[in-house]
Ligand binder design. Structure first.
Ligand code: TYM
Length: 404
């Protein structure tokens, strides 16, 4: 078995890939073996059939993150498409654990994709800010975690979510005001034993009882009955959860308890991890600032981090690079472009030229720096436009603009 590690870039000895909500570490320079992970977690690989069905149902090409296999795994997506084809409602649920002042590029992935899902399927969305989780896990006061929930909410709003269709909530603020949410938490807590929680999450005897009870809090938003004001009291609106696959353990537990509560199992769509600057052996993580590019980084910081830290799959010398070419499977700059460079043709050209050695690591990094400076710069401008009133509106429990 792999050694358990605390969020880590690794000097550690890892025998097999470790993926859970707190650790993502692989032994291989090309990163996690996602096919193996699908088998281990019991999810389903996204195939061409699903993508074609989605394009047919929506009349739109799918998002490049889906086309390029960044979203690669799912549970019950066909059921969601059947609902959509029958003009039946569903809702989206995703979240963020506010552990740092700013979110990093990896956190953007599920949110960018969620926005695309909301725009494409025209459905309501709930976003859980787990300030309680970060208080329980990190060395942080609950007041600070709550403050960070508000700061991170600004980043999320800046991505352009529709205020009429989106409810963002802090656990600390919402749970006490909504008996139905708390009742669902209690129902879930009653159905999961300590030994089940230990098997799913790896809890140890020294873990606080707060941590052990927490998974029920992340599970509860999967049920429309937790949001009576949004869904007009309707308790059977199905839920789809976009997230990276590290969050799946929470929802395996949720899917297990749902039928026993008389509720529907949430569907899921999972992404791979946006790698750390140092390489695909670990994910970009806010706990290690040198692994990450934050949405608050300046143009200069972005340039310095890429030049200094982004792991290169290029040859050791220019001559060797020209002769043997670079390795796109391990090169972090190329990997980042697959997430953020939308132009397919340009990406293919870069891949070919880097692999055959005509494009140097320096030029590849320059390409990435331009793409990221543009992306983060636009985000910076949009975030400045987010006012306290807008945050308040998104975070006020209310009826969303949708018919049930
Ligand atoms: P958090 O804050 O760790 O991460 C927020 C979202 O970003 C995903 N993520 C990543 N995706 C790609 N590459 C990365 N390097 C990367 N790092 C993080 C996470 O999978 C997540 O989707 N407990 C959760 C908060 C939460 C939540 C949810 C997440 C509450 N309810 C429902 C998803 C769905 C957390 O701490 O996420």
């Amino acid at each position: 078995m792999a050694e358990r590690v605390e969020s880590g870039i690794a000097e550690l000895e890892v025998q097999e890939d470790v993926v859970d909500p707190w650790n993502v570490v692989s032994k291989s320079a090309t990163g996690i073996d996602y096919d193996k992970l699908i088998t281990k977690f019991g999810s389903t690989k996204i195939d061409d059939e699903l993508i074609k069905r989605m394009e047919k149902a929506t009349g739109k090409p799918v998002h490049h993150l889906l086309r390029r296999g960044v979203f690669f795994s799912m549970r019950d997506m066909h059921e969601i498409l059947t609902l959509y084809e029958q003009k039946q409602p569903f809702f989206l649920y995703t979240g963020r654990g506010p552990s740092s002042e700013a979110m990093h590029l990896g956190h953007l992935i599920p949110f960018i994709f969620t926005k695309w899902l909301q725009d494409t399927f025209d459905v309501p969305l709930v976003i859980q800010m787990t300030d309680d989780e970060k208080f329980l896990w990190k060395d942080m006061t609950i007041e600070e975690a709550n403050r960070l929930a508000h700061e991170n909410t600004k980043d999320i709003i800046a991505l352009g979510f529709d205020v009429e269709k989106t409810f963002i909530f802090s656990d600390v603020e919402y749970i006490g005001s909504c008996p139905e949410f708390y009742m669902n938490m209690c129902r879930i807590q009653k159905l999961v034993t300590f030994s089940q929680a230990k098997a799913i999450f790896g809890f140890a005897p020294c873990d606080s009882i707060g941590k052990i009870a927490f998974p029920a809090i992340q599970a509860a938003p999967s049920f429309s009955s937790s949001f009576p004001m949004i869904f007009n009291g309707k308790v059977d609106v199905p839920c789809l959860i976009p997230c990276a696959i590290d969050q799946d353990p929470y929802f395996r537990m949720t899917r297990d308890v749902a039928p026993r509560m008389g509720c529907l199992k949430p569907a899921l769509i999972h992404s791979t991890f946006f790698p750390a600057l140092q390489g695909a052996q670990s994910k970009m993580s806010a706990s290690d600032p040198t692994s990450s590019i934050f949405l608050t980084d300046t143009d200069e910081e972005i340039e310095n981090k890429i030049k200094r830290y982004a792991y290169s799959g290029g040859g050791a010398t220019i001559e060797e690079h020209k002769q043997k070419g670079g390795n796109c499977d391990t090169d972090v700059s190329y990997q980042y472009l697959t997430f953020f460079l939308e132009d397919d043709e340009k990406l293919t050209t870069i891949e070919q030229e880097y692999s055959n050695g005509t494009l140097t690591t320096g030029k590849l990094k320059e390409e990435l720096i331009t793409v990221l400076q543009r992306l983060v710069g636009e985000h910076r401008r949009n975030r400045k436009l987010v006012t306290d009133e807008m945050v308040k509106k998104f975070m006020t429990p209310r009826k969303l603009n949708f018919q049930y």
